[in-house]
Design a binder for this molecule. Sequence first.
Ligand code: NAI
Length: 356
Amino acid sequence: MLFDHESFDGHETVVFAKDEASGLSAIIALHSTALGPAAGGTRLWRYGSDRDALGDVLRLSRGMTYKNAMAGLPLGGGKTVILAPDAFRDRRALFAALGRAIDRLGGAYWTAEDVGVSPADMAAVAAETRFVGGLEAGGLGSGRYASGDPSPVTARGVFTCLQVGAKHLWGSRDLSGRRAAVQGLGHVGQHLCHLLHAAGASLVVSDLDGARTAAVARRYHADVVSPSAIMDQEVDIFAPCALGGILTAESVPDLSAKLICGAANNQLADDRAAELLASSGRLYLPDYIVNAGGIINVATEILQIEDPAWLEGKLEGLGTTIKEVILQAEVLDGNTAAVADSIARRRIELHDRLAA
Ligand code: NAI
């Protein structure tokens, strides 16, 4: 069930955490601690089966290894998924039980929020363990610099990478006059719309939530289209900020955008989509590089960094890394996703050898 799972990739540790009293059923996966303690958020989701949940946590934790390596953080990759109960007996008790499970790992893994989980949930985890970030009052996320919500920092990282992509494609980081389609107007999508609008780009947006599209339309003069139409718009930029798996061999040929860069995790459905993007002259900026602002913000808590310049440097570093990926893909005649994966793997391997 585990070692033959299609998403198993030499993960170091996989823990099944069960607490009958609170109803907690969770899986914690540590993919790699080669670069440092594993770090990655906790997702609360209703899965079709335990196997689906296992697949998700295995893929997500591996993604965190690559994300942290490419962001130049001394952190490995890990993730937690909680299998959403039919009804919560006591949500606080459930997250407290998760906190105890994380504490038993003795610091090999740090968590924070992911989909379906709030800073209040993380506060319940923090009552039982110190190995938790994403807290309202923690690190640089305390409000002194950025709010406890990492999303504004994530959006800034995406925007920095967008500018680098624009310079490569169009010769200038200037986005004024460019048209961008933003899919998903949640925490990150709305901040990204703000930054794009401020930079002079025009917007077309979609979300399942009509109140969100209405607010963004009003604030940023955005055109609103239905979720099914957002990938067919005539635009320069497509910014996926909702769900993963949207770039497929079927959807890519319909994209008019030359630059694809957004916050959503796991945007590529498969390798074929990545190859198709490259062979059709579209520039895809790998999601786990451009959306690393959130983990960089959380890392200030884990690593107890108090200097805002460190965070600024890391965000700028995402742009430098993206440029390296773009140029390597060009020189090697490869696609950006494959190039990013190979750079991440090399960073991890070399670290092992240096430490030996
Ligand atoms: P969120 O849950 O606040 O927002 C997601 C939005 O997408 C919601 O408004 C939802 O209604 C909308 N949506 C869902 N399906 C849609 C569809 N088919 N078409 C259009 N809109 C749709 O999530 P958040 O925090 O903004 O994150 C967005 C993405 O970025 C997620 O994939 C997340 O995993 C990823 N991410 C977020 C980070 C953060 O700092 N919040 C950090 C790194 C990645």
